[in-house]
Design a protein around this ligand. Structure first.
Ligand code: SF4
Length: 435
């Protein structure tokens, strides 16, 4: 597990939807020790909150997909009115995303929301902010202070705006923008501290991945509140994924970040899937379901691997809950190596596939049968793991790869003949990391 930056901890939720802890490692203000919570994944509904049934359906879908927290927009009173009907129907903590109208925050608190998000760029009347803080404090609700590059520059006061914009465009790359974000954050948080309110999560988003890295790094040095990471307006999934992962993975590897949201101009279920996969890949959460390994294919491929991988991914996502490793490999070059490290694996040859379970060869089937047989082996293996008859990651035999230049590498006859040897010999011990 990567080391985490110790922070204060906030908790959101209730006995019915469950509690989600964010951050931790530092004692809370009453002296209670906290241990760092696993990094959580958040997302935001894309539909109208006032469309109650659709909103409930969307929240159910996101929660079933693995979202730990779901945020909803509440631009109008009809949205906060709808929250009263939505919250009792869902099984995940709900955050109200408030901009411009502090009244929406007060209404959302009344409706039973589990956390409020405020934007210092557009909800900055001191007295109004204090009202929201008091309402949240009375109900033990945390508040996320979300500084956002897109809304942090002053827009009402033109003179001030020009001065700030001038500062942004002169000097070093992120210097002035960072200074503005930090200054606004400090100024805003002072209002909270004056009210003795510390149940705070901070975010500082930008569409510029390198500014996100600089901003969160700077904020993590200055504040001990947990951090909500995100790249805002990251774009469509295809490019937004790279933009988000570029910023978030660097921060997470350095222990910065306690909850994440990946933002796409797409169905938010992808934000959940990719957020979870990022955390699984970095070992920051225990994987649920299959860890699928697949080769990128090349000129050696002799089966339709792209279709096979997509079919395997879809079916296993629906049917497998234990975190087994499954490898789908195109040929004998890397197939045996990946098959050896996987719980269930297939490597293909000329229109055939050899299937392994924990290193033991269990089948050699023609291409049309690969999918069904692989799924059967995965489900059988899952059943054995659940009954305690098999252990994940336990390899029983080593696979000796056949000579790729020889006959087996160039034809299916050898694969069909099962000329893949098994041995009980132990591989040489790795020395990496031991010096
Ligand atoms: S496993 Fe074989 S088909 Fe797949 S990329 Fe490697 S060499 Fe190519």
């Amino acid at each position: 597990m990567l080391p985490r930056r110790p922070t204060r901890q906030v908790t959101l939720g209730d006995a019915r939807v469950g509690f989600v802890k964010i951050g931790g490692g530092k004692p809370n203000r009453d002296g209670t020790p906290t241990t760092p919570a696993p990094v959580s994944v958040q997302t935001m509904t894309a539909g109208y909150t006032h469309d109650i049934d659709a909103c409930v359906r969307e929240i159910h879908k996101l929660a079933a997909g693995g979202a730990h927290v779901v945020r909803v927009a509440v631009p109008e009173k009809k949205d906060t009115d709808a929250l009263k009907h939505i919250i009792p129907q869902v099984q995940v903590p709900i955050v109200a995303d408030v901009h411009f109208h502090f009244q929406r925050a007060l209404e959302a608190v009344e409706a039973g929301v589990h956390k409020i998000r405020l934007n210092p760029g557009n909800t900055n009347d001191r007295d109004q902010v204090i009202e929201v803080i008091k309402a949240c404090k009375a109900r033990n609700l945390p508040i996320r202070v979300g500084v956002n590059e897109g809304s942090i520059i002053e827009r009402k006061d033109k003179q001030k705006r020009m001065k700030e914009l001038g500062a942004v465009f002169s000097g070093q790359k992120h210097g002035y923008m960072l200074a503005i974000m930090i200054a606004k954050l400090e100024e805003y948080l002072d209002i909270f501290y004056e009210q003795d309110f510390y149940d705070i999560v901070i975010s500082a988003k930008s569409m510029d991945a390198s500014l996100v890295v600089d901003a969160y790094t700077e904020i993590s040095n200055r504040f001990d509140h947990p951090l909500h990471l995100g790249v805002t307006h990251a774009g469509p999934k295809e490019t937004g994924c790279i933009r988000s992962i570029a910023a978030l993975s660097g921060l997470l590897v350095n222990g910065i970040g306690d909850t994440i949201r990946i933002s796409y101009a797409n169905d938010p279920i992808y934000e959940v899937e990719d957020g979870l996969e990022l955390l699984y890949s970095l070992g920051l959460r225990e994987r649920k379901g299959v860890d699928l390994i697949a080769c990128p294919t090349c000129g050696r491929i002799q089966v339709d691997l792209f279709t096979l991988v997509q079919d395997v991914r879809k079916q296993l996502a629906e049917q497998v809950t234990v975190p087994m490793k499954v490898a789908v490999m195109g040929c004998i070059v890397n197939g045996p190596g990946e098959a050896e490290g996987a719980d269930v694996a297939v490597f293909a040859g000329d229109r055939r596939g050899i299937i392994y379970v924990q290193g033991e060869r269990v089948a050699n089937v023609p291409e049309p049968e690969i999918l069904d047989r692989l799924l059967k082996e995965c489900l059988d293996f899952q059943g054995r793991v659940m009954r305690g008859e098999a252990k994940l990651g336990e390899k029983k035999v080593d696979i000796i790869p056949p000579d790729p230049i020889g006959e087996l590498g160039s034809g299916w006859e050898k694969i069909a003949g099962g000329l893949v040897e098994k041995t009980g010999s132990k591989p040489a011990e790795l020395t990496v990391g031991k010096t």
